[in-house]
Ligand binder design. Structure first.
Ligand code: NAD
Ligand code: TYD
Length: 358
C-alpha cells in the first residue's frame, strides 16, 4: 500500500480517487482536516476497504511512525500543506508549522522506517514530495520558463515554507540516501478545488451574483494544469522517477488572470446565462496582493523526456470539464461555503473508531 498525506485536500483527494480508480493497491490517507480538508470529496470511498482514513497531524511523529510500522507502505506521497498564498500573508505561522516542521517530521519518520527495511522493500521505497513552482519566484514576460536548475527565490511566506521543505527533502537524499523525489508543479485546477482559489472563486461568485475580484491589473500570468494531469505526473514519478531527482510539472498553458476570468465568464454565459447581460459585468478590480508574483511558467522538458509524461488535457478541455463539474456540484460548493462539510466527520464517523483513536 501507499501512504498519502493531505488526501482530503484538493489535489490529494483527486489523487486518492484517481489512484483507486486505476489500481487495487490500498491507500492510508493521513489528513488533519484543516479548513481545506473535506471528506465530502471522498464520500464514494466510505465503505471501500482500500481506503483507510486517519485523522491526524503530519507533525505528530509518533502517529506517523506508528502508521508506517503498521501498514508497511512501499511509498509515501506527501501532499499535506497549507497552500493558500493570501492566507500565508495574513497568518504565516501555520505555514511554517505544517510545511516545514511537518515535512521534517515526515522525513524523520520515513528515514527510521526505511532504515529498518531490507532487500527489495528498501530498494523500492519512495518518498514523493509534492511542491510548487512558486519556490522559483517570479518571471518577467520574456524570461525563460522555470527549469529544475533555476535558483530558488521564494517571494511569499507560502513559497518560502515550501522552498524550505524542498531543501530538507533534498538534504535527506544527499545525506542519508533516502529515496526522495520532488515535483514542482504549476497552478492546478479541477474538481474539489476550494473556492478561495481563483478559478473556483470566480465560478462561485459569478453564479451567486457577487463581484468577481481581480487583483491589480489582472495581467499576472500563471501556467495552468488540470489536476488529473498532475495526478498522472505523480503516478509516473512514483513508477519511474530517479531517486533524488526533482521534476517540474506544467501544462504549457500560460494565461493572464484576466484571460482566465474572461474565459470562465464567457463559458458561464453559454451554460448558465444570467437573466440579462454577461457575467463579465461582475468583474471588480481590487487592490493587488502584496508581493504578487508577476509570472510563472514551467519548463517540463525533464519529466516529458525522461519519463515520457505528457498532460492529457489542454486548458480548453480541462476548463470545460471544470465548469461543468461546478455546475453539477453546486451542493458541494454550498456545503463548503456554509461550513457544513466540517460536520461530515462527525456524521460519518460517529460510532466508528478513527484509526488513530484505537
Ligand atoms: P489544499 O489546501 O487543498 O489541501 C491540503 C490538505 O492538507 C488538506 O486536506 C488539509 O487538511 C491537509 N493538511 C494541512 N495541514 C495538515 C497537517 N498538519 N497534517 C495533516 N494534514 C494537513 O492543498 P492543495 O491545493 O491540494 O495542494 C496539495 C499540495 O500540492 C501542497 O503541498 C501544495 O503546496 C502543492 N501544490 C499545489 C498547487 C495548486 O495549484 N493547488 C500547485 C502546485 C503544488
Ligand atoms: P491563486 O488561485 O490564489 O493561486 P496562486 O496564488 O498560488 O497562484 O491565485 C491565482 C492568481 O489569481 C494569482 O495571480 C492571484 C490571482 N487572484 C485574483 O486576481 N483574485 C482572487 O480573488 C484570487 C483568489 C486570486
Amino acid at each position: 500500500m501507499i501512504l498519502v498525506t493531505g488526501g482530503a485536500g484538493f489535489i490529494g483527494s483527486n489523487f486518492v480517487l484517481d489512484w483507486l480508480a486505476g489500481s487495487d493497491e490500498p491507500i492510508v490517507n493521513l489528513d488533519k482536516l484543516t479548513y481545506a480538508g473535506n471528506l465530502d470529496n471522498l464520500q464514494c470511498l466510505q465503505d471501500d476497504p482500500r481506503h483507510v482514513f486517519v485523522k491526524g497531524d503530519i507533525c505528530d511523529q509518533q502517529l506517523v511512525s506508528t502508521l508506517l510500522a503498521r501498514h508497511q507502505p512501499r511509498a509515501i506521497v506527501h501532499t499535506a500543506a497549507e497552500s493558500h498564498v493570501d492566507r500565508s500573508i495574513h497568518a504565516p505561522a501555520a505555514f511554517i508549522h505544517t510545511n516545514i516542521n511537518g515535512t521534517f517530521t515526515m522525513l524523520e519518520a520515513a528515514r527510521a522506517y526505511w532504515a529498518g527495511l531490507s532487500g527489495a522493500a528498501r530498494a523500492q521505497f519512495r518518498f514523493i514530495h509534492m511542491s510548487t513552482d512558486e519556490v522559483y519566484g517570479t518571471l518577467e514576460r520574456d524570461d525563460p520558463a522555470f527549469a529544475e536548475t533555476t535558483a530558488y527565490q521564494p517571494n511569499s511566506p507560502y513559497a518560502a515554507s515550501k522552498a524550505a521543505s524542498d531543501h530538507l527533502v533534498r538534504s535527506y537524499h544527499h545525506t542519508y540516501g533516502l529515496p526522495t523525489l520532488t515535483t514542482n508543479c504549476s497552478n492546478n485546477y479541477g474538481p474539489y478545488h476550494f473556492p478561495e482559489k481563483l478559478i473556483p472563486l470566480v465560478i462561485a461568485n459569478a453564479l451567486a451574483g457577487k463581484p468577481i475580484p481581480v487583483y491589480g491589473d489582472g495581467q499576472q500570468i500563471r501556467d495552468w494544469l488540470y489536476v488529473g494531469d498532475h495526478c498522472s505526473a505523480i503516478r509516473t514519478v512514483l513508477a519511474r522517477g530517479r531517486a533524488g531527482a526533482t521534476y517540474n510539472v506544467g501544462g504549457r498553458n500560460e494565461k493572464t488572470n484576466l484571460a482566465v476570468v474572461h474565459t470562465l465568464c464567457d463559458m458561464l454565459d453559454q451554460l448558465a446565462p444570467r437573466a440579462s447581460g454577461s457575467y463579465r459585468e461582475q468583474i471588480a478590480f481590487v487592490a493587488d496582493r502584496p508581493g504578487h508574483d508577476r509570472r510563472y511558467a514551467i519548463d517540463a522538458t525533464r519529466i516529458e523526456r525522461e519519463l515520457g509524461w505528457k498532460p492529457a488535457d489542454t486548458f480548453e478541455t480541462g476548463i470545460r470539464k471544470t465548469v461543468h463539474w461546478y455546475l453539477d456540484n453546486s451542493e458541494w460548493v454550498a456545503r463548503v461555503q456554509s461550513g457544513a462539510y466540517l460536520d461530515w466527520l462527525d456524521q460519518n464517523y460517529a460510532g466508528r473508531a478513527l484509526e488513530n483513536r484505537t
